[in-house]
Design a protein around this ligand. Structure first.
Ligand code: ACM
Length: 519
């Protein structure tokens, strides 16, 4: 065996036994799949294995090849669209058999299998004749949580399509299954909407970008235009790439706050007559959508196009940090409140969110929002992403709603991961690797009968202080590896020092994959 004699799978698997023999992948090896439904996974698998080996590795429908992917049992989906991702891998000297009841389980197993091979499998083509051996072993594995997410803000800094694809492939390696794609912001609108082209024509570009931290005074700007957006064709490509890896994308259209770019493009969405442009610095814009029926309809139109592009169950409607100053100042908002019999600004926000939520639900989709959607009354059936702390999640679960725990102290990867003095500029906070590893998504205070409502957790990558994807990678890794064990691995199997030992091999893997990890 070339470079490792101990398996170093991240996230840690449930059960693993091995003996002293090996299976060897050779240029004669063939991949078999049990049915047509797995051909795409077979080809993905082949793609992962051929780069370094150069082996042809044919893929065909046949359950008895050197490496076989077998779909067995019955695929079941729960009421939120989640499936059983458990799988097994049996490796004997002459054959490797990967089994799951679901295509998703097969996709997770493929990522485990890659990690059973010498780490050089992640490199570009090897000139030296490396020996591609796998220890004979037996693996049984199952995820702890069904929502294992990573979030990426492509608004504060635009990330080109190729970067988004690399991001998806990297999170797939660590068995994440949800990509929360933050597509709209005060500082930029990043998704083409055919009915409203100015959202990207005007909202997709800002004149300038803040230099330094948003607390610095006086503020300095770079005076360079920044922007970009994804065409619907590009979005389809991203969705298909994620689907190959069995990653579901949750698109976020953040409202009624964080909408300055949209209001710049379509001033009729705003509360005042002020002429706006996409915001050039960080922090929360004071501008917010108005609550006219025409504005609600506009957002429904946007969501209709979004739902057409993203087939996943959940649509994220934001709801965070919506400042109410303009609602308080504007007479037409007060009049509207009387018309709607709404008694407070929180209730007004709740009214707005409920209009949007019921539209999404009428299309057989599910709604999720940041924990502020609790204020003024939570929309029926909406799931809550608890970011300000654990309170929002506790409150929502207590009301019987599903929750995703994303408390900013633990899983905000825009926070510093080391000593501020020696790290590149970040938003603030302190979330080092061990703090991520030790995070427990089920709050201690939560009554046991509500634990099932914790769908999982996810890492957040807000990009105010990440000017490019290289820097995103720096903030992601190694913390994304640590979070993967929080999300996937049963508590009794987690062990931080073992994780750190395994990271030695994973650092090599990340280097082969040209990831700018924090060292
Ligand atoms: C958030 O961090 N504003 C959800």
């Amino acid at each position: 065996m070339s470079s490792k004699d101990k398996i170093t799978i991240i996230p840690e698997v449930l059960r693993y036994t091995q003996n002293d023999s090996f299976f060897t992948l050779t240029e004669k090896s063939e991949i078999g799949v049990s049915s047509e439904a797995l051909i795409e996974k077979g080809n993905l698998f082949k793609g992962y294995l051929t780069t370094a080996t150069g082996f042809p590795l044919s893929v065909s429908v046949n359950s008895n090849r050197d490496i076989s992917l077998v779909l067995e049992g019955k695929e079941k989906t729960d009421h939120n669209g989640f499936v059983d991702e458990r799988y097994t891998i049996e490796v004997i000297e002459t054959q490797c058999i990967i089994k799951s009841a679901t295509v998703e389980g097969i996709a997770r197993a493929i990522q485990t299998f890659r990690q059973l091979l010498p780490v050089e499998i992640f490199s570009e083509k090897q000139e030296s004749a490396a020996k591609w051996t796998i220890p004979c072993c037996s693996i049984e594995d199952i995820p702890r949580f069904k929502w294992r997410g990573m979030h990426l803000d492509v608004c504060r800094h635009f990330m080109k399509k190729e970067d988004v694809l690399k991001f998806i492939d990297l999170i797939a390696l660590y068995k994440y299954n949800r990509f929360h794609f933050h597509l709209t912001e005060d500082q930029g609108w990043r998704i083409e909407i055919k009915k409203y082209p100015k959202l990207t024509e005007i909202g997709g570009y800002r004149d300038s970008t803040l230099i330094g931290h948003s607390n610095d005074q006086p503020k300095k700007y770079d005076d360079k235009e920044h922007g970009g957006f994804y065409t619907q064709e590009e979005i389809k490509e991203i969705v298909a790439f994620a689907a190959e890896r069995e990653i579901v994308i949750i698109p976020e259209i953040d409202m009624p706050g964080h909408m300055q770019a949209a209001i710049s493009a379509y001033p009729e969405l705003g509360c005042t007559n002020a002429s706006l442009k996409p915001l050039c610095h960080w922090g929360i814009s004071q501008h917010i959508l108005n609550v006219e029926d025409t504005t609600v309809s506009f957002m429904k139109d946007v969501l209709d196009e979004v739902m057409e592009l993203f087939p996943g169950q959940y649509i994220h409607i934001g709801g965070d940090e919506a400042p109410k100053y303009e609602w308080e100042e504007e007479k037409r908002i007060q009049d509207r409140m009387i018309e709607l019999s709404v008694n407070s600004y929180d209730e007004l926000q709740s009214w707005f969110i409920k209009q949007i939520a019921s539209h999404i639900q009428s299309k057989e989709r599910k709604v999720i929002g940041w924990d502020e959607i609790l204020e003024g009354g939570l929309a029926e059936g909406a799931a809550v992403m608890s970011w300000q702390g654990e309170e929002g999640g506790l409150k929502a679960a207590n009301l019987g709603h599903d929750v995703v725990m994303t408390p900013r102290l633990y899983v905000y990867f825009d926070n510093y991961q080391g000593d501020k003095e020696s790290e590149p500029l970040a938003i603030g906070g302190f979330t080092p690797l061990e703090k991520v590893y030790e995070y427990e998504p089920v709050p201690k205070e939560m009554p046991e009968d509500q634990h099932r409502l914790v769908m999982g957790s996810q890492g957040q990558l807000w990009t105010e202080y990440m000017p490019d994807f290289n820097h995103v990678e720096y903030m992601m890794f190694p913390r994304t590896c640590a979070l993967s064990e929080v999300l996937w691995t049963e508590k009794f199997k987690k062990n931080y020092s073992n994780f750190l030992e395994k990271m030695e091999n994973h650092n090599r893997i990340l280097d082969f994959l040209k990831v700018n990890r924090r060292k």
